[in-house]
Write a protein that binds this ligand. Structure first.
Ligand SMILES: *Cc1c(COP(=O)(O)O)cnc(C)c1O
Length: 360
């Protein structure tokens, strides 16, 4: 009998603060593919690159890993409603897991700054969606305040249960590679993800499954790069909306992840992000949302500058699915709309457009 993946809580229950008798709210998240990408390895001039394709989670981003743990804990506390501030993917995940738990969800999103793919998910899962006249940082401040003073349970990554779930991505990388990579890069926004990978890899060292930590690299968008600036950014701007965050909640944990692993922070322009977004689609077969291309774009920038550490094995987490924010794929490099050609309904017409010659 084929074995179905049971979601990250059941698969790693001995490594998580859960017991089989606890309520477990799952949509089968985790177990995402680790895809070898020789084209990217060649571009970066390293031994190998694997893409951890987190877009393959049930709601299309890594947020599901943390949402199964956060909403399961909320259920254990008897919560009736969860609340999340979101740039989009957290709201999609919170809404879906709340449905599974039989709870109401409330999501606060920055007005006009969330992709319609993500918004459609929150709507589909009947979240109460409020568009806040402000940015993500305002949304998070309000969500925290509401959860402290009203009967709603906070499921943002400032909730430590989120990081517990998200750390399982490190376990999966080690499960597949049989070891830690030398370097692991990812986009860096609110910094929950890099903190969770650090936690996961550290635990793998403790239990003796790996000997040393991978160097963790977090890459920001240039217009939204508080870790590069060294202080919060008041008005973050980038087309990579998932990382459009000026005041990261997990600031200290991310600094610790960098220090402890001899890692690094970097930043790339929106243009560099979109270039890598296209490269990943066209050369590796992996379609991600623009924000998700940021980690690879940052490594490519370092490689071009001759500043990429000499490493053999690299993992890059691509955080969310391309269908979340598909508009970008329908534009060419100069921003013009791409429209497939129209042809009449004959094979000959198609062959002509393709420039094919008839078989002899
Ligand atoms: C949430 C998110 C990020 C940023 O992760 P942080 O934990 O906030 O650093 C990056 N990419 C996508 C697609 C996301 O949804």
């Amino acid at each position: 009998m084929a074995h179905q993946w049971r979601g990250v809580i059941r698969e790693y229950i001995d490594r998580l603060p859960f017991q089989e008798s606890d309520p477990i709210i799952t949509l089968g998240e985790g177990g995402t593919p680790l895809i070898e990408a020789p084209a990217l390895a060649k571009l970066l001039d390293v031994g190998s690159v694997h893409l951890k394709f987190e877009g393959m989670n049930p709601t299309g981003s890594f947020k599901d890993r943390g949402m199964t743990t956060a909403v399961s804990k909320a259920a254990a506390h008897g919560a009736q409603a969860v609340i999340a501030a979101s740039t989009g993917n957290t709201s999609a995940a919170a809404a879906a897991y709340a449905v599974k738990a039989g709870m109401q969800s409330v999501v606060l999103v920055p007005a006009g700054k969330i992709s319609w793919g993500k918004l459609s998910q929150a709507v589909a899962h009947k979240a109460q969606i409020l568009q806040v006249r402000g940015n993500f940082d305002d949304c998070l401040r309000m969500a925290r305040d509401l959860s402290e003073n009203y009967p709603v349970f906070l499921v943002n990554s400032v909730n430590p249960d989120r990081l517990q779930g998200q750390k399982t991505a490190s376990f999966e990388v080690v499960d597949v590679l049989g070891d830690a990579p030398d370097l692991h890069a990812m986009p860096l926004g609110n910094a929950g993800n890099i903190s969770a990978y650090h936690l996961g890899y550290r635990e793998e060292v403790e239990v003796g499954r790996i000997k040393k930590l991978p160097r963790l690299f977090g890459i920001q968008a240039a217009g939204s790069a508080p870790f590069i600036q060294g202080s919060p950014v008041a008005k973050p701007e980038t087309i990579a909306t998932a990382i459009r965050i000026g005041n990261p909640a997990s600031w200290d944990l991310a600094q610790e992840a960098k220090r402890d692993t001899n890692g690094g922070f970097g930043s790339v322009t929106d243009k560099e992000i979109l270039w890598m977004h296209r490269f990943l689609s066209q050369e590796t077969g992996v379609f991600v949302e623009p924000s998700s291309a940021t980690g690879a774009a940052g490594l490519y920038k370092l490689a071009k500058q001759g500043e990429l550490p000499k490493v053999d094995r690299v993992v890059v987490t691509v955080t969310g699915h391309g269908l979340k924010d598909p508009d970008w794929a329908l534009k060419d490099e100069s921003g013009r709309k791409i429209k497939p050609k129209k042809v009449s309904a004959t094979a000959q017409a198609v062959a002509e457009v393709l420039g094919l010659e008839r078989n002899k």
